[in-house]
Design a protein around this ligand. Sequence first.
Ligand code: SAH
Length: 221
Amino acid sequence: MTSEGPDHDEDPAERKMRFLFALRTRGVTDARVLTAMERIDRGRFVKNIFSDRAYEDMPLPISCGQTISQPSVVGLMTQALNVQPRDVVLEIGTGSGYQAAILSLLARRVYTVDRHRRLVREADALFRDMNLANITAVARDGSFGWPEQAPFDRIIVTAAAEDPPTPLLQQLKPGGIMVLPVGQSDTLQSLIKVTRTATGFEYDELRPVRFVPLVEGLASE
Ligand code: SAH
């Protein structure tokens, strides 16, 4: 067995320790983030043939041709977001629901949207089953944010746009933080952190990443 390889006989506690160790090795050091990632079982969010790879540090296919992000990237984005217990968070790109589930343990309320109704339906069923009652998931085009619920303390985008969408910048509270990948979808993108100050926005480039593209409009399913 390699350190990354699946091991069908592995004891769940040992598997979890390896999962957390891999996160720490890749720079996820925030204790609150690690605790949340320890509590949310990624195996619940990955289905069928890929489920035995859920504890490896790699992105995996989910329904509707989308992907659940790599755990270390989820951890690093969550860490950069610096979520506080009273925060209201908006996530664009519910996907499997994994990222939203982790955020729900750190924030007061999480709003999450996806352009695929089916993904929202499946994620919402999991949130109910896991008693994650502070998440509201709806199908809508996240490029426009969610003006009715704005402003947000934190915004996380898990699909890549060429530039930070203006409506999302507008829906961020002063002092708020947004973390998102930017760049062309078929090349390397950069993960950036945008902080809204009293007078404008500060941008920090965090690391290269690769995400599925942010696509405008609701999908057909
Ligand atoms: N955060 C997810 C991974 C998301 S993959 C997880 O934890 O599993 C990116 C998601 O963004 C896809 O599900 C895709 O449907 C969604 N997406 C792409 N463009 C969008 C848009 N304009 N509005 C809302 N969701 C969008």
